[in-house]
Structures are given as C-alpha cells and as structure tokens.
Ligand binder design. Sequence first.
Ligand code: HEM
Length: 304
Amino acid sequence: MTESQKSIHNRIEEKFNLIDQNHEVHLEGLIWAKPMNYWDYIMPDALLNLQVQRTTLPDEMVFIMYHQINELLFKMILWEIDQVSNSPKIEAAFFTEKLRRISRYFDMLSTSFDIMGDGMEMDQYMKFRNTLTPASGFQSAQYRLIEFSSTELINLIDYRFRSTIDRNTPYDYAFEHLYWQAAGKDHTTGKKNTMIQLFEKRYKDEFLLKMENYNTSNLWTKFKQLPDDIKTDSELVKAMRHYDYTVNVNWVMAHYNAAGKYLGKAEATGGSDWRKYMHPKYQRRIFFPELWSKEELEHWGENV
Ligand code: HEM
C-alpha cells in the first residue's frame, strides 16, 4: 500500500470506529455496490412521472409543470433560509451570500412568470381551470413556510388587526389573523370559504409548529440580532431589500398580471375577491419594514 492509500485506510477505520462499526465489513460491501448512474441519483424517471393531467387539454401540462417547478424552487429557497436560521453565529458575508442565492431563485420565478401569462392558450385555460375548483396556488404550503421563515409574524398579520397582536398573543389567534385569511374568511362571522377550510385541515397543525419554530429564527429576527457594524453593511442591506422586493412586489405583480389576463372580471378557482386581495398596494406584505424609508413604505406596490 502507498502512503496515501494507508492514510485513506486509516481515516476510514477511524470513521467507523467512532460509530462502533467494523470498517472492513463496510469496505467488503463496496465490492458489491452498484456503480452510480445519473438516473439513480437525479431520479428523472420518478420526477417525470409526477405530471398527471385531469383533462385532455395539452396546455394543462404547462400549468402543472410550471407549478411543480415553483415548488422545487420554493424547496431550494427554504433550504437556504434554514441554513441561516440554524446558524448560531453569522458573518455578514455568509448572510449576504445566502440572501443572494434565495433572491436568485425568486428572481427566476418572477422573470419566468410569462410562462403562465403568455405561455398558455386562453381558450384551453378557461376550460381546464373549471376542473380544478376549488384548488388554488394559494394552497401551496411551501409558499407559506417561506413567509414564516422570512419575517416576524406581526409583518404577516392583516393590517386591520395588527394592534391586537403582540409577542404574547397565542399562535392560534395570530394564525386566524394572518393577512391571507382575507382571501376567504369573513372576519365578522368567522366563516371561511372551502379553499381555506381544506387548506387548514391539511396544514394548520404543521403551520402552528413552524410559526413557533421560526419565531426566533426567521431571517428578519436573525438580521436584527447581528452586531451593528454587520447590520449596516451596505451589501447585506441591499441583498435584504432586493429579496423583500422580489418576493413581495415583483413576484406578486407577475402573478397578479397573469391572473388578470385569464380571469378578467371572473371569479378565481379559489373564490377570493382576488383583484383586491392580491395587489401589493392593498396587501402591503413587507418582510423587512425597517429597511425601507417612510416614503417607500407609503407607496409600497404603487406604480409597478
Ligand atoms: C394562470 C396562472 C395563475 C392564475 C390565474 C392564478 C390565480 C390566482 C388567484 C386568483 C389567487 C387568489 C386565491 C384564489 O382565490 O384562488 C392565487 C393565489 C396564489 N397563487 Fe396563483 N395563479 C396562477 C399561477 C400560479 C403559480 C404558477 C403559482 C406558483 C406556485 C401560484 C401560486 C399562488 C400563491 C402562492 C397564491 C397565494 C398568494 C397570496 O396569498 O398572496 N399561482 N392565484
């Protein structure tokens, strides 16, 4: 054995000693291991079997696949956010790098949304959408997790109820007053539309846990905990503002414009008063409010 082979052998032995395993058994197992192939590792066969149409209209396939692409990118975004959330000590460069990655993924979503707006035939969309009622992209759980992990809950609460919420408010009460409840909840009677009822039946328990977990580890709280010299780092602040804007204005407007093209004055499959509900100037969802000037906040989502 060469010196280099001996060194590798010793390191393997040490590794398995640490977990009380005989390294020779593991090495022997390698003799029978299959060589790796692209299809074993990336699993295109499984991935490409997940597109199942409910109608005969070909553009429904575009609709399904683009939603799935969104979900994959949402997963990449959450993956990066969680690295920041789980880091005990954060340097400005690490935070900035992660925010840039997250933003790049979201920028991909904002700039590709014309796949929906221009990429499907209106006539086909108007037919297949009816078979999807009452489902809606609104029911994307990962989208909600991105919100919980990006900012403090107060910034996700419906403006009308913010003064009734503070750090001691039970999570369940906060949940009932999240801005997105306005898509289908009548706050005077408490009645919710079917789209929200089904969504909550499926995910509410998980959301309450995540709300609690991210309460102290969301991006905004993590940022505020940084030392002053890091918090004022111009590249970091720029990256934070970029992320806030791309998620809460650029993506929202790309989505709003696509919805406007197909729905016109029609009702959404999910059933919301969507024109009012979805526009950033009404919704005013802002992850990092203190990084914007008074004037920028007042005119949020206008002139876009
Ligand atoms: C032609 C394509 C699309 C149309 C017409 C459309 C329409 C709508 C409408 C009307 C709503 C409001 C809730 C409702 O009543 O349904 C909504 C919400 C939503 N949609 Fe879409 N959508 C489209 C594509 C997408 C895509 C590709 C995604 C990516 C996953 C998506 C994700 C969402 C999300 C996350 C919400 C909730 C937004 C919020 O609460 O502010 N949508 N959509």
